[in-house]
Design a protein around this ligand. Structure first.
Ligand code: ADP
Ligand code: MG
Length: 490
């Protein structure tokens, strides 16, 4: 695939374009915190972005959107299958304290009886555009191997899927840039992105379903303001602007532990307000639970009548281990009765392999030790920067073998996806525009709300494109080497 315009750009064009794009980004609120004392808004910059939108084959974009409703339903069904969740996670919880603590809350609430059967899902399914050579559809002489990009899922995020508001903003920056470059018809290639509105629809649907005019929505956030606080604020302020009277408040898990009260009918109150919906923008990392207090807050919320986004079972359904199990033959059929839905979902799966104790897990170890460069090893963690690649996989497995090999079950192994590489300028605060090899990762949002078999809301909810530098490693826009981007459909 070719970049949207021939690269490199001449220096004076690059210079004026970069300046204009940065200004446009700041003016439009494509911003993040650059640090400083207490992460106040006194030190703000544009968020890192790609100067040009990245070409994405239209067919793959359409495919990713089309499968989202299947994924929404899949998460819901999986989360309601206690036997399956328990079996999937039984080995992990023995060696991974964090997943064990989440699972313990799940079990406790299941035993007590779930007070709020309605769950709200604001998911994001992420894909790389796989560029592995394949021989599908080649001519009969069998000589030519065709390279055809394929949509391959890296993971589905069921908790704290960020970025909903920034997709529209970066698309506007890109339209501005292409306008300056004189690219005709740019508007036809950059798709509409209603991610923020879709998210808003989900919040309002959940709040209405709860059915109390005075009740509020609580965003659970980290104790310290994070770099991406404006992304959260955008969701928060948009709800309040578009739905006057509906109040959103932000609390940390510690504050909820200290100040929230669970009434005898399981209604959750904080500072005198009844809570209708709890939306987790924190709570997915062990770092968010420094003491038992934070765990007690999670349990308190889970026991309450408030509608959770996500409920603990959606959170668990999004673990890497569950995703690895879903990729095994015959498993999707247990949850999706429509064979077409099964095919749509399965087509996006890369190979995934168990590391459980036993023959199958041993086979995975042998396979990975032989050619670690073909795999990624993933622990049950979210937020980027946790995966193990290449030679490091050998090192980690060798280390585990020497202490307690059962600890390998905290991980899963996934086939390495080799995304299409293309050049783009990375624009970062305080840095020159850098022309880098890059590959993009497409996220599609899903908005879902159901009570048991009754589905109230199942929508595909817009997109999010990140571009990663191909220097290795992973991590999001705010923690790693990625920049915000938008798809240019070709
Ligand atoms: P996290 O929950 O930390 O975001 P991910 O599974 O999304 O975990 O992995 C983080 C990053 O690692 C992804 O954004 C992607 O860039 C890269 N990655 C994940 N899985 C693969 C894979 N199978 N092949 C290549 N890169 C991958
Ligand atoms: Mg991810």
């Amino acid at each position: 695939m070719e970049p949207v315009v021939p690269l490199p750009l001449d220096l004076s064009t690059l210079d004026s374009l970069t300046q204009s794009a940065k200004d446009y980004a700041v003016l439009n609120g494509l911003t993040y915190l650059t640090g400083g004392q207490n992460n106040t808004s006194d030190l703000v910059s544009f968020a890192p972005f790609a100067l040009l939108p990245s070409p994405v084959p239209r067919a793959l974009f359409v495919q990713a959107r089309a499968v989202q409703k299947d994924f929404n339903l899949l998460v819901h069904r999986v989360s309601h299958d206690r036997a399956f969740l328990s079996r999937c996670l039984s080995s992990v919880v023995k060696v991974d304290n964090f997943t064990a603590s989440l699972f313990h809350i799940y079990e406790q609430v299941q035993e007590e009886g779930v007070t709020q059967p309605i769950c709200l899902g604001l998911h994001r399914s992420d894909y790389l555009l796989d560029n592995t050579t394949n021989n599908d559809g080649v001519g009969t002489n069998g000589v030519t191997a065709c390279r055809q990009l394929q949509l391959k899922q890296t993971e589905i995020n069921t908790i704290a899927a960020a970025g909903a508001g920034f997709g529209e903003k970066i698309a506007r920056v890109h339209k501005h840039v292409l306008n300056l470059l004189g690219v005709a018809d740019a508007y036809k290639h950059i798709p509409e992105n209603r991610a923020l509105d879709s998210q808003l629809d989900g919040f309002v649907a959940a709040w209405e379903q709860y059915g109390s005019q005075k009740a509020i929505i609580v965003f659970v956030v980290e104790e310290e303001r994070c770099r991406n606080v404006f992304g959260q604020r955008l969701s928060e302020f948009t709800v309040m602007e578009r739905h006057p009277g509906l109040v959103v408040k932000r609390y940390s898990l510690r504050q909820i532990a200290e100040d929230a009260e669970l009434k005898s009918d399981k209604t959750l109150f904080i500072h005198g307000s009844e809570v209708a919906v709890v939306y987790f923008r924190a709570g997915y990392s062990p770092a968010h639970y420094p003491t038992e207090k934070e765990w007690s807050a999670r349990l308190k919320i889970e026991r309450s009548r408030a509608i959770k986004c996500p409920c603990i079972s959606y959170h668990l359904a999004g673990t890497k281990k569950v995703q690895q199990e879903l990729a095994q033959p015959g498993v999707l059929e247990r949850f999706l009765e429509d064979p077409k839905a099964v095919s749509r979902v399965r087509a996006t799966f890369a190979g995934q392999h168990t590391l459980e104790m036993g023959l199958e897990g041993d086979r995975t170890v042998q396979m990975v030790m032989r050619s670690p460069e073909d795999y990624v090893m993933k622990p049950q963690r979210e937020g980027g920067g946790n995966n193990i690649y290449g030679e490091d996989i050998r090192t980690v497995l060798n280390e585990l073998m020497q202490k307690d090999f059962e600890e390998r079950t905290a991980y899963i192994v996934m086939d390495l996806i080799c995304p299409a590489v293309l050049q783009n300028y990375f624009i970062r605060p305080g840095d020159w525009p850098r022309l880098q090899d890059s590959s993009c990762e497409l996220g599609i949002y899903g908005v879902f709300m159901a009570e048991g078999d009754q589905v109230f809301h199942n929508k595909q909810g817009g997109h999010y494109l990140r571009t990663n530098g191909s220097s290795g490693g992973d991590g999001g826009v705010y923690v790693g080497n990625a920049v915000l981007d938008s798809p240019y459909l070709v």
